[in-house]
Design a binder for this molecule. Structure first.
Ligand code: SF4
Length: 238
């Protein structure tokens, strides 16, 4: 199966002629090979393959993947999109995690973004506050890692471990794609990781404050994101 994204390079502002295509069959085979391997093995493979061309994009709703990555390859760059609409608790948590691991942290902010865009046009808001800044964060890189998991929502149920992000012309690595919610909770407990203050108040998935609410019993982890709208993703992972 060919794992590619649906947005095009043109839509995301990248010249298609500059996109170097990797061997998709090789990537798919690598993804299959890692299905039963620990996340740290995938991280080690990604670093061996892409070196300083590898970036970890972190949302800082927890620090599970950061812990795995920093115990495996401590000097990896971490990108954090400061949308300017994060909860104060998230910005506090970023500082705690940064200090704990001595992160090589790159904080990227939007260049221009009207204040009320989230209310009038959330897709446009995500474009200027997330998708465009991510393009700058990944400029010149070869591969990026994210904490996407199949268990988070039906839309993420087929997330591969390794794929080609055709919209950005980069390889995308999701080391904990196979993890359940219980796997994440167990890792946090076993490794005594710092916990985002809002996760103890029912926020199972944490994004910008105007677009995030706590999750009720029996709801998907991401049910509190853009609740009431026909929108389930910000565009970073489409
Ligand atoms: Fe804007 Fe909401 Fe998207 Fe954040 S999640 S960038 S506030 S629309």
């Amino acid at each position: 199966m060919r794992h590619v994204t649906t947005a095009t390079p043109v839509e995301i502002g990248i010249d298609p002629a500059s996109v170097e295509l990797p061997d998709i069959d090789d990537l798919n085979e690598t993804s299959r090979r890692f299905e039963t391997r620990p996340a740290s093995a995938i991280v080690a493979w990604a670093y061996d393959t892409y070196g300083s061309g590898l970036v970890l994009a972190a949302s800082f709703q927890d620090c599970v993947l950061i812990d795995i990555v920093y115990k495996t390859v401590p000097d990896v760059e971490v990108a954090f999109l400061d949308t300017q609409y994060h909860f104060a608790e998230t910005l506090w948590y970023v500082e705690q995690v940064k200090a704990r691991y001595g992160l090589n942290l790159n904080v990227i902010r939007p260049e221009r973004a009207p204040d009320d865009l989230w209310h009038n046009d959330p897709d446009a808001c995500c474009r200027v506050r997330k998708v465009e800044p991510m393009k700058r964060a990944l400029a010149g890189k070869a591969a990026w890692m994210s904490g996407l998991r199949r268990a988070e929502s039906p839309a993420r149920a087929a997330t591969p471990l390794v794929s080609f992000d055709a919209s950005r012309g980069l390889v995308k690595v999701n080391p904990i794609a196979t993890w359940s919610d219980a796997d994440v909770a167990g890792y946090v407990k076993d490794h005594d990781l710092p916990v985002h203050p809002l996760s103890e108040r029912g926020y199972d998935s944490i994004g910008c404050w105007p677009c995030t609410r706590p999750v009720g019993d029996g709801e998907d982890v991401r049910a509190g994101r853009w609740a009431g709208l026909d929108k389930t993703e910000c565009g970073l992972h489409l």
